[in-house]
Design a protein around this ligand. Structure first.
Ligand SMILES: Cc1cc2nc3c(=O)[nH]c(=O)nc-3n(C[C@H](O)[C@H](O)[C@H](O)COP(=O)(O)OP(=O)(O)OC[C@H]3O[C@@H](n4cnc5c(N)ncnc54)[C@H](O)[C@@H]3O)c2cc1C
Length: 443
């Protein structure tokens, strides 16, 4: 999720089929748009197999035949990271129980974009086909003016498979359903409406007290309980807590017209930007970034009016239609960006953090979910590779911390730049290019 704000862009060399910049209405805009490439072929890693551990290392694991560091695991949190971890661990023969405080029906929200690195990890776990079927693959990033006239069109690189889409948009509830089905089918047990009220660990295992009174014990507790993780707070201390990054975003789902193919940014000369991301054949989601020193508070009964005002300057037919639909039963949400980057180690004894509980990124790089998916795959690989738990968890942290931190830093730098009235679009584009190139590298 990136807002290209005001400013003149320099022209990094056009790549990936070049840029298609329309001359339409360009001179009438305050902002001048010119061909900008987000990718340089020589910066990208596009070999098909890019895991430091070979894919066979994962696939050789037999359910029930685990020889690694753990035999059973409790996963706290059934979000993107927790469910992917449950599935990945079952594939290497580890018994898994997922504890999720919410209900399955709580899965609401709009969509999520998974970039090529996330698709690559999902392919490794044999989940990518289901995700592609449940969502909408896309290749093109375009910038349009407020009236919908194309200004720039750019192909994203297909880093995981040259014959498949570069990225995927999917409704969050659909992704949750796919990951839950995969985890269950591979043999994980999932308890909804349940949480953990106490955690005790000793040399042999970790014991958790569950909210309905039962206790459970395992070799390892994976805390995939999100950015506001209580486990992180309890095990690592109060000092590791998220902070507000000075931006937030409005999002809601609308019908997708044919005009809304790929990732589109509609720019108004005032600098305001509306983004659209396809989620399925019929749906896409719209987002608007808000820069505010304090977290925005809009009374519930004012939300529709507020969002319609945000859309009012945009005259592209699909956005007029979207504005008409505000409040027509679609769920409009505002999310402030609360961010956190835990320094390694992400484990203490037999408790390890995964996904947003360890790192919550600003969404500029559309990568938080992808990082959680990669975490899950790498943790399973390390737990299988080593018979010693400490070695396996240390290996996980080594492989994950630097990679996630780089994407966290780049996303945060873009966010800060967007907040700066004198921001440089050229600098932003450079950061994005650096981020995408880095994401394509082996994990
Ligand atoms: C506005 C916005 C846009 C984003 N867009 C993208 C994008 O396009 N692409 C992308 O890759 N990422 C995106 N992200 C980031 C992505 O949503 C997160 O990184 C991802 O959801 C993290 O997954 P997770 O499993 O670690 O945590 P979560 O998805 O937060 O899941 C945590 C789970 O733990 C459960 N839980 C919490 N506490 C407890 C407890 N005590 N007991 C039991 N269960 C508990 C919760 O109910 C939840 O189900 C975006 C984030 C934001 C804020």
């Amino acid at each position: 999720m990136v807002a290209f704000n005001r400013g003149l862009a320099s022209n990094p060399t056009a790549l990936f089929g070049g840029s298609k910049a329309s001359g339409l209405a360009r001179d009438s805009l305050e902002t001048k748009y010119i061909a900008v490439s987000l990718h340089r072929a020589d910066e990208l890693h596009t070999e098909k197999t890019q895991w430091r551990s070979s894919p066979r290392e994962m696939n050789n694991g037999r359910v029930g035949g685990n020889m690694g560091a753990v035999k059973n695991v409790i996963v706290l949190g059934g979000g993107i990271g927790g469910l992917t971890a449950a599935h990945a661990l079952r594939r290497i023969g580890v018994s898994v129980r997922v504890i999720e405080m919410g209900d399955r029906s709580d899965r609401i929200g709009t969509g999520i974009t998974l970039l090529g690195n996330a698709l690559r990890a999902l392919a490794e776990l044999e989940l990518v086909e289901a995700c592609l079927q449940g969502g909408h693959g896309w290749d093109v990033v375009s910038i349009r003016d407020a009236a919908g006239n194309p200004l720039l069109q750019q192909f994203s690189p297909r880093i995981w498979d040259p014959d498949r889409p570069a990225a995927l948009g999917i409704m969050r509830p659909r992704l949750g359903q796919i990951l839950e089905e995969a985890a269950r089918t591979s043999g994980a047990e999932i308890a909804f409406n349940t949480t953990v009220t106490r955690i005790d660990q000793d040399a042999e295992g970790v014991t958790v007290q569950l909210s309905h009174g039962e206790t459970d014990r395992a070799d390892l507790l994976i805390a995939a309980d999100g950015v506001y993780s209580k486990t992180r707070q309890q095990i690592f201390g109060e000092e590791f807590k998220p902070h507000y990054a000075g931006q937030g975003v409005w999002r809601y789902t609308v019908s997708r017209t044919e005009a809304m193919d790929g990732f589109i940014l509609y720019r108004h000369p005032t600098g305001r930007v509306v983004g659209a991301l396809p989620l399925s054949k019929e749906l896409c989601y719209l987002f608007f970034l808000e820069t505010t020193d304090e977290k925005l508070r809009v009374a519930q009964d004012q939300v529709c009016h507020y969002v319609r005002n945000l859309l009012a300057p945009f005259t592209a037919p699909e956005l007029i239609q979207a504005a008409d639909l505000v409040g027509e039963g679609n769920h409009i949400s505002y999310r402030p960006f609360d961010v956190l980057m835990m320094p390694a180690p992400w484990h203490r004894g037999r408790v390890v953090l995964l996904g947003d509980s360890a790192h919550s990124l600003t969404p500029q790089m559309t990568s938080g979910g992808g990082m959680a998916i990669e975490d899950a795959l790498v943790l399973a690989q390390e737990l299988r590779r080593s018979r010693d738990l400490e070695t396996a968890l240390a290996g996980y942290c080594v492989r994950r911390e630097e990679r996630v931190k780089r994407i966290y830093d780049i996303g945060y730098a873009i966010c800060n730049e967007e907040r700066n009235p004198m921001h440089s679009r050229e600098y932003q584009i450079g950061l994005l290019r650096e981020g995408y190139a880095f994401l394509s590298a082996p994990v």
